[in-house]
Design a protein around this ligand. Sequence first.
Ligand SMILES: Cc1ncc(COP(=O)(O)O)c(C=O)c1O
Length: 454
Amino acid sequence: MSTSDATRQPQSNALPGAAPWHFDTMQTHVGAAPAQGHGAHVTPIVASAGFAFDSVDHAASIFSMDHLGSYAYARAGNPTNAVVEQRLAALEGGAGAVLTASGQAATVLALLAIVRSGDHVVASSQIYGGTTGLLNERFAELGISVSYVDEQNDAEAWRRAARPETRAFFAESISNPLCTVLDTRLVADVAHEIGVPLIVDNTLATPYLSRPLEHGADIVVHSTTKFLAGHGAVIGGAIVDGASFDFGREPEKWPALHTPSSPGEAGLWERFSPQGLAYVLRVRAILRDYGPAASPFNAFLLQLGIETLSLRMRQHVANAREVVQFLTSHPAVSVVHYAELPDSPWRAAAASYLEHGAGSVFSFELRGGLEAGKRFIAALRLFSHIANIGDVRSLAIQPASTTHSPLTESERTTVGIPAGLIRLSIGIEDARDLLADLSAALDAAHTDAIARDI
Ligand SMILES: Cc1ncc(COP(=O)(O)O)c(C=O)c1O
């Protein structure tokens, strides 16, 4: 198996020889090696399915994993992807990273690296609906069960949900669509007490707003489709490992990391934990076997996006704050779910974990329910009506008439999605234009509601 530079230079936050850099510098430079190849200043797309070996011995050393840092076949690693992997690992403060074809693939691989048939996962119930579907349906088909914690910042709730066969805790740093904020340290402490890693989906926050590994989480996953890429042009995902979880403490719980791939060899943990690479190499092995590799074309576009991440996030958050302020004082709006608001139950967690703001994906409730929501969406001109988030363009959707339409009203109420709920993903446009568009659409929804009620 080949491995990438992301696993070869995992501990560094900077290029070899450079002093550790600040975030804005890392997002533009880490991993790039302009002097290599043809001297291209922008990381090139290496479009090659296979990579030539220097010699028979070289080939053998790659397959036996005695030599890391060379490539054999692009399903398991590619030089373009490796640059982005190294950069994401640095931005998250991790030991190594693996890119995947989608965010969904990242969640699948992060869990299947350590969870097998008969095992159990505890997840916050405030996670992305696609992840809930994955756990409830696909993982159930594999014989993996899941329990949900409704009060995600209640340590006792996580303790109660855990079982002897639990192998991972899973939650989102900022959740979609209700903007709940995870008390990462609290949940990580319970996970470690139980003896399992905490995996955090950091998609909505990005490492610019939150770095869960610094607060006790062990593994981070991303849908890079969203803010990390920013342009909304490509699907992608990533797994970043902090190399903090001790898979050696109860080896019988983690056979995948302790069973040798061939007789007489040591397992991944024994061979690679001193370099902090055991989990990342396990992920790369199942990436090779299941096959959801990120294309180097997509990695290239992702890298272009990451170069401006902090600049975009600052504008996303500044715009979101203006929109939140406008909505909270609008008569057509009954509630705004944004973690920075004084009455938000998530305000304390946001203050502790989200140094630069609570992001730009949140929801609000429109008076007038389903029909008012439909009129509001239909009247928007600048916001796009789209089932995506984290784009530079502002996006809006009414879950009750789209993503959550298969649910009954009472099921929607249980998951906190009333009929009049609108999810916004605020982009980087001029806030004045966003407010004008929202104001006109709220007037359309509200005026019609008043006219109808009379
Ligand atoms: C929080 C979160 N995680 C994971 C995913 C899945 O990512 P992808 O669509 O890139 O597969 C999404 C998609 O919307 C998401 O919002």
